[in-house]
Each structure stands twice: as structure tokens, then as C-alpha cells.
Design a protein around this ligand. Structure first.
Ligand SMILES: Nc1ncnc2c1ncn2[C@@H]1O[C@H](COP(=O)(O)OP(=O)(O)OP(=O)(O)O)[C@@H](O)[C@H]1O
Ligand SMILES: [Mg+2]
Length: 328
């Protein structure tokens, strides 16, 4: 299928207004990237305004990390352009990189340095020689003060991830991208990490967050882009996304679902079905159909739509239209 000029953003709502002449914090225009036969990014457009707390969500392999690598100048796009605060990530790499802090998804570190040395070396990359006060503050906020002189190799996985967060922040970048920063991080640190990131956002930093913990994205992000198979399939405010599928989900444990209710199945996990209802009163119809077909109920629970439900529906719809496109 050909791509329409100008992007594939379906409900491309405008980002919040910004003063004329102000560059976007992050701008991607028709960014495309292939790895052999895999089309990791199929023409992605994004416009994130300064000061936003923006979520970038999508299933495994959707292209999130590829997009972040392009923004960080670690991977080149095959086509399209990307800018950080107006600086092209290729033509003006140094300035773009200086404005950006990235917490990478993969744990990469030098085992021979201590935590403090790791942060000091990172500062050095940005030409910052006297950065000790800020490094101390970062260590404090990430609850790493007690580990400041410990070797990186002696840290647990979650602690290493905290250091990665610290490394992204040493040069006080105005734009911060976090690629699954809370994977493997304990509950307590997750809370304090979000407190810290929220404070940075309040202080004016733009935050872009990738996470598979959708309740985290729901609580933190003002706007969310959902990526699937290298395309933006939804882009809206979190509030608008949540109200996109009003209604309820029924969690039903049964051997099967009545035939007439099959189209309402959102997903299935072993013997548990998740069905979409428009209103509470629809439950009567479901119960009647179960009775008529002689299907016994194991468990039944009702839940309001949350971001996870919305995400699953958007992904299911996108998969269905991709299939249609492929057979058209
Ligand atoms: N260096 C590479 N070589 C080959 N294929 C790659 C490479 N990097 C990414 N890909 C492929 O590109 C696609 C997008 O990968 P990417 O890592 O961007 O996904 P993601 O959305 O970050 O997924 P996850 O949620 O698992 O982190 C996948 O199909 C992946 O296998
Ligand atoms: Mg990734």
C-alpha cells in the first residue's frame, strides 16, 4: 500500500499551541527505517511541544526504540527528517544531541567504573567539568547516594537502570526520552523516579516516555502516540483516548461465548473472555444469551475502560485494517 503524502497520523490532532517561531521539542516527519525485510518505521510523523509529558506506546517490535535511536542520532533514518528543538539530528547532530537525554532500553555500562565516575565521564562527553553538585542531586533523587562509590558491576539490575536514568540527565537536557525506564525497577523507586521526572517536567523539561505499564502512561502522559508495525495508529490526548471507547468490559470465565456475542470479544486469555459492553443494561442480554445456549459461568466481573483496554482495542482495529489493506 502506498503512503499518503503528509503522514499517516489518523486523528492527527494538533499539539498544544506554542508561541510563533518556537521550535518543537521533538519533530519527526515521514521517518522511515528498514532492517532488511523488516519495515521498522513506515513513515512516522510526530510533533511534541516543549513542556509536554508525552507517551510513546506500542507492542514489542512496533518501532519505538528505532524511532528513539534515530532521534538520538544512533541510527540513521532511510528517509524523513527529525529535529530536537529545531536541530536536525543528522545535519546538526551535536546541538541536537546536547538538547536530548536518552535513557536507553538496554542496560549498557562500563563495569570498571563506579557510579559517580560513570556520571562524571558522561558529563565530560558534554564538556561539563564541574558538575558535581548536579551529580549529587541526581544521585540523591535516584536513591543512589549510598552506592556512589560502588562499581557498576556490583549493582543489581534495577540499580543499573537508575544509573542509566542519571546518565541521561547529567547535562540537564531540555528534552528527555525514557525508553522503558521502569522495567525491572522496584515499586518504591518507581514512585520516587516518577516524582523526580514529574518535577523535571514541571520545571519545563519535555518528557517522552515509552512503557509497557499502561497505568503508568495513563497517570503521567498528557498526550499519547500509539505505534504499531512502524506506523502511528493513534495520537491524541490521554483523556480523549480514554473516552474513545466509552463503556465497560466484562471479564467472563466460561467454556465459550454465545455466538451472537462473538463480535464483542476484545481478547481471550485461556478460558477468560473480555467482552465490550456499551452500558450496564447490556449485561442482561449477555446473561440471557448464556442461559439460552446453556453456557455455565465460572467468574464474571465488570470493569471501566482504562488505557490498557483502549490500547488493546486500537491495536485490534489497526491489525484488522492492516489485514484489509493487505488483501485489497
Ligand atoms: N539492528 C536491528 N537489526 C535488525 N532488525 C532490527 C534492528 N533493530 C530493530 N529491528 C527490528 O525493527 C522492529 C522494531 O524494533 P524496535 O526495537 O524499534 O521495537 P520496539 O517498539 O522498541 O519494541 P519493544 O517494545 O520490544 O522494545 C522489530 O521488528 C525489530 O526486530
Ligand atoms: Mg524498544
Amino acid at each position: 500500500m502506498g503512503r499518503e503524502p503528509g503522514g499517516t497520523v489518523p486523528e492527527g490532532i494538533a499539539p498544544p499551541p506554542r508561541p510563533a517561531g518556537m521550535p518543537l521539542a521533538v519533530e519527526a516527519v515521514n521517518v522511515t527505517r528498514r532492517f532488511g525485510a523488516v519495515r521498522a518505521l513506515a513513515g512516522v510523523d510526530l510533533a511534541v511541544t516543549e513542556g509536554e509529558f508525552f507517551g510513546l506506546l506500542g507492542p514489542n517490535g512496533a518501532g519505538k526504540t528505532t524511532l528513539i535511536s534515530i532521534l538520538a542520532g544512533l541510527t540513521r533514518a532511510d528517509a524523513g527528517t527529525a529535529r530536537i528543538l529545531g536541530h536536525d539530528v543528522v545535519a546538526d547532530y551535536r546541538n541536537a544531541r546536547r538538547k536530548l537525554g536518552v535513557v536507553p532500553q538496554e542496560l549498557v555500562f562500563d563495569p570498571f567504573f563506579t557510579v559517580r565516575e560513570t556520571l562524571a565521564i558522561q558529563s565530560g562527553y558534554f564538556g561539563l567539568r564541574r558538575n558535581d553538585a548536579w551529580i549529587d542531586e541526581i544521585l540523591h533523587h535516584l536513591d543512589l547516594t549510598a552506592k556512589a562509590d560502588a562499581n557498576m558491576r556490583s549493582l543489581s539490575g534495577g540499580m543499573k537502570r537508575r544509573v542509566l536514568v542519571g546518565q541521561a540527565l547529567v547535562h540537564r537536557p531540555p528534552v528527555i526520552i525514557l525508553d522503558e525506564p521502569t522495567a525491572g525497577v522496584d515499586v518504591e523507586l518507581r514512585q520516587s523516579l516518577w516524582g523526580f521526572i514529574r518535577k523535571l517536567n514541571r520545571d519545563g523539561h519535555t518528557i517522552i516516555l515509552t512503557t509497557h505499564y499502561l497505568e503508568e502512561a495513563e497517570a503521567l502522559c498528557g498526550r499519547i502516540a500509539m505505534l504499531r508495525a512502524g506506523r502511528v495508529v493513534a495520537l491524541d490526548t490521554t483523556r480523549a483516548l480514554l473516552s474513545r471507547f466509552p463503556g465497560l468490559t466484562v471479564r467472563l470465565t466460561a467454556e465459550r461465548v454465545p455466538a451472537s456475542w462473538q463480535p464483542r470479544v476484545l481478547r481471550q486469555e485461556a478460558g477468560t473472555f473480555f467482552l465490550g459492553l456499551e452500558r450496564h443494561a447490556d449485561l442482561e442480554g449477555l446473561l440471557a444469551a448464556l442461559r439460552t445456549e446453556g453456557i455455565g459461568i465460572g467468574e464474571l466481573a465488570l470493569q471501566e475502560a482504562d488505557l490498557e483496554q483502549v490500547f488493546l482495542r486500537i491495536m485490534a482495529d489497526a491489525a484488522a485494517s492492516a489485514k484489509l489493506e493487505a488483501t485489497a
